[in-house]
Design a protein around this ligand. Structure first.
Ligand code: FES
Length: 511
């Protein structure tokens, strides 16, 4: 396969260029007030807030800190989550739509105030956020969204020009939003949490939860336990899904980003298109210069055909808008989307008040993660919070949820069947170096990847969650499940849930 040579061969997000601490594995049974599974934006912010309150907190992370979705974001801090406010008013009413806006806006203030108070240098800057339409159909939707802004008192305006060579119909600005370097900020917050007594365990995969007692027990892959008064599940997809069947209430979506340098001066602001395919543009400082981050090309996980094509489409757009550019970074992210597009934050089920969850951020994890950490802190401390009802995972807003549920699960059934019936003509011996594909091995469907040095990796492609067939993702060199978004490495290790068990590794049978 030949791809544009301008795009970096290996994926790496710009944010992960900074040095981050590493932490030891959990190798004993421990007992704490609050156990947090997942060291991303939600887990670290919650750990900071709770340890500041004097609680004994432990974070259990399956890999390295800040290496999941938080490390693969475009890091816009905004309450402008696409076209959402008109929809929120229709489904939830004006009062709840206003609460949604307020809750995300308060996250911007938290990042601004905390970085200043604690002296965390995180490239924070106030910017307007702008959503633009290139088609007439979406121009009408922008106008409707503007009416929603006015009803809710959101500071914004409609404009007919943006400072790029893109022909638009109209655009809607939300004033005084922000951007930052998320990992610089969260590294600072993590240091503060550690100073307040929080402990962190890396490479410690939470596999199960024993919820029979009043005190939940997290059980790790190595068999150690963390007993706690409250458990916060902030693992992107809830790792202990047997409690809430979240896999049937969300779908996973992948998107792509590249970081470029160009001679064109960046005009300021953060932009996103409302038409499909999505295009997102923002800038961040890099060693006194400017790195422009272009994102977009989203699709459901495991359904993106040749995933490198998405980077090529971003490259094409970049050259149209910014001309000659130097491509420094490329990365992709996975996000969970709930049925009614509002995240699930609160008790995992009505019966399990001691197990709290935060998931379904729909690509807007920077404000949502910060807001969720505050909300979960109030659950732990049994304090009132006016956002509890809006984000409750047990809410049921019949109409849109039900329709989406039927569509999402019909899609899963289609993929379950398709994978099983598929005829696979390829044999592992047909693969060139750096090529991956579904193949036939001993009369069964398998997944093969041959690396740059000719070494062959072979896995059973049946997803360990509910048995759908995973597909090859060449851009990330992973096996992705089209049903609920589990992802696995070339050796079968779980990279994204709901799956917790690895794919069967068949490499020994061919090497
Ligand atoms: Fe559910 Fe694969 S993630 S079957």
């Amino acid at each position: 396969m030949s791809y544009s040579e301008k795009i970096p061969q290996f994926p790496k997000p710009y944010w992960r260029e900074i040095e981050l601490p590493s932490f030891p594995k959990l190798q004993e049974n421990i007992s704490v007030d609050v156990a947090i599974v997942g060291a991303g934006i939600t887990g670290i912010t919650a750990a900071y807030l709770l340890s500041k309150e004097g609680l004994k907190v432990a974070i259990i992370e399956a890999g390295d800190v800040l290496n999941g979705t938080t490390g693969h974001t475009t890091a816009k801090i905004t309450a402008q989550h696409g076209l959402i406010y008109d929809e929120l008013i229709n489904h939830f009413g004006e009062e709840k739509a206003k609460l949604y806006y307020e809750s995300h806006n308060s996250a911007i203030h938290f990042i601004k105030d905390t970085s200043r108070e604690k002296g965390i240098d995180c490239d924070f800057g106030i910017e307007d956020a702008c959503i633009y339409a290139v088609s007439e159909q979406y121009a009408n939707k922008i106008n409707t969204e503007w009416e929603a802004y006015q009803k809710l008192g959101i500071d914004g305006e409609v404009t007919y020009r943006i400072p790029f060579d893109i022909s638009i119909q109209n655009a809607l600005i939300m004033k005084n939003q922000a951007r930052f370097h998320p990992l610089k900020f969260l590294k600072g917050l993590l240091n503060e949490a550690l100073q307040s007594g929080c402990t962190v365990y890396g490479n410690s995969t939470a596999m199960d939860v024993d919820d029979n007692d009043t005190q939940p027990k997290v059980i790790t892959r190595d068999g150690y336990t963390v007993t706690c008064r409250k458990l916060i599940v902030a693992s992107h997809f809830p790792y202990c899904d047997k409690l809430g069947f979240y896999f049937a209430k969300m779908y996973s979506d992948r998107s792509y980003a590249i970081g470029i340098k160009t001679n064109k001066k960046y005009p300021g602001g953060m932009y996103i298109s409302v038409d499909s395919p999505t295009r997102s543009i923002r800038e961040t400082p890099i060693n006194g210069e400017s790195l422009i981050i272009i994102g977009g090309e989203n699709h459901k996980t495991g359904q993106g055909i040749d995933t490198m094509k998405h980077f090529q489409e971003l490259e094409r757009f970049t050259e149209e808008v910014f001309g000659i550019s130097e491509y420094l970074y490329r990365w992709s992210a996975q996000d969970m989307v709930t049925l009614d597009k509002v995240p699930y934050i609160g008790p995992m089920t009505k019966e399990k008040e001691n197990i709290l969850v935060a998931t379904g951020y729909k690509k807007w994890g920077m404000t949502t993660g910060i807001m969720a950490a505050h909300l979960l802190t109030d659950y732990v401390l049994e304090r009132d919070n006016s956002y509890k009802e809006l984000y409750s995972p047990s809410r049921f807003t019949a109409d849109p949820s039900l329709r989406s549920l039927i569509t999402a699960n019909a899609d899963v059934a289609k993929h379950l069947l398709k994978g099983k019936l598929e005829f696979v003509p390829k044999d592992p011996g047909d693969l060139k170096n750096d090529e991956g594909s579904v193949v036939m091995h001993n009369g069964k469907r398998a997944g093969a990847y041959r690396d740059e040095n000719g070494k062959l990796y072979l896995v059973d492609t049946s997803c360990t969650h509910l048995g759908c067939e995973t597909e090859w993702n060449h851009a990330e060199k992973t096996w992705d499940c089209p049903c609920h978004g589990s992802r696995y490495s070339i050796t079968g290790e779980v990279m994204d849930g709901p799956a917790v068990m690895p794919l069967t590794n068949l490499s020994e049978e061919v090497n």
